[in-house]
Design a protein around this ligand. Sequence first.
Ligand SMILES: Nc1ncnc2c1ncn2[C@@H]1O[C@H](COP(=O)(O)OP(=O)(O)O)[C@@H](O)[C@H]1O
Ligand SMILES: [Mg+2]
Length: 243
Amino acid sequence: MRRGAGMPARPGTAPAVEPGRARLTGRAAVLQAAGLAPDGDGAAGGADMVLDYAVKSQSYAKTIGRLTTPVHGATAVAVARTSAFDGKLLNEFRQLKEIGGALRSPRVVPLYSSQPVYVPSPNDRSRTSRSAAYLMKWIDGFHSRTDRARFDNSLTTLPGGKRDAALADVHRLDGYLRSEKTIPDLQVMLEVATGNLYLLDPGEKGLTPPRGRPHPYVEKWRGLLTGELAPHQTAAYDAQRVD
Ligand SMILES: Nc1ncnc2c1ncn2[C@@H]1O[C@H](COP(=O)(O)OP(=O)(O)O)[C@@H](O)[C@H]1O
Ligand SMILES: [Mg+2]
C-alpha cells in the first residue's frame, strides 16, 4: 500500500525532510578541514553536524546537491543514491583527484572515507541509508552534455579575457588526452563568470591510455572559441563515437 499525505509515519523511521531537500550528517572536523565549517562554536570535538542541501540533479547512481547554509558558500555535494553505488562514487572521486593534478577540476573532499554519512533517500523518506559522498566547489554555468546547446552558445559569446581562459583550459585538456590519459565519457562544465572549464563526472570506466589524436569534442570547443565554428556547424563533431 502506498502511504499518502496525512497518514502517520511508521514508528522508528527517519524524520521527514522538505521536498527537494535532504539532510546529510558529517563530522565537524572533516568539514573544518575542507574549509566548510567555522572554527569553534559547537563544531569542535568531532560532533556530528547537519548539512542541508537542495537536490539539483539525480541520475540512477547519484544525487548532486547544493549546500543551502550560507556559511558553506558555493559548495556542491555528490551522494551515492544507495550503498550499491558507493564503489562507483569512490572510484569517480579518485579519478577526479588524479585529473585535478593535471587539469582543472573541482577540488573534491571525501565525507565517507573519513566518516560515514547518513542520507535519507530523496525518493523514499522512510529510509535512511549510509552513503558515500563528497563535497566540491559549486560551479555556476553550463554542462557540456546535459546543457549542450547553452554550453556551445556560451563558448561563442564569451568576452575576450574569459575566452582566453577557456582556450587555455582546452589546450591543456588536448595535451593531456593526446599524451597522458583518455577520459571516457568526457564531461566539462563552463563557469560563465570566469571562462574556466571544469572536468567532472569521469565515469565508471576509469582513465585509459592516451588517444594520440585530438578528441572531437575538444576540437569542437576550440573551434567555437576561436570563431572557426558556429554552434549550428557542430553536428559532425557531436555525432562522432568517442569512447
Ligand atoms: N560541481 C558542480 N556544480 C554545479 N553543478 C554541478 C556540479 N556537478 C554536477 N553538477 C550538475 O549536476 C548534473 C549531473 O552531474 P554529473 O556529475 O554529470 O553526474 P551524473 O551524470 O552522474 O548524474 C550536471 O548536469 C550539472 O548540471
Ligand atoms: Mg554526467
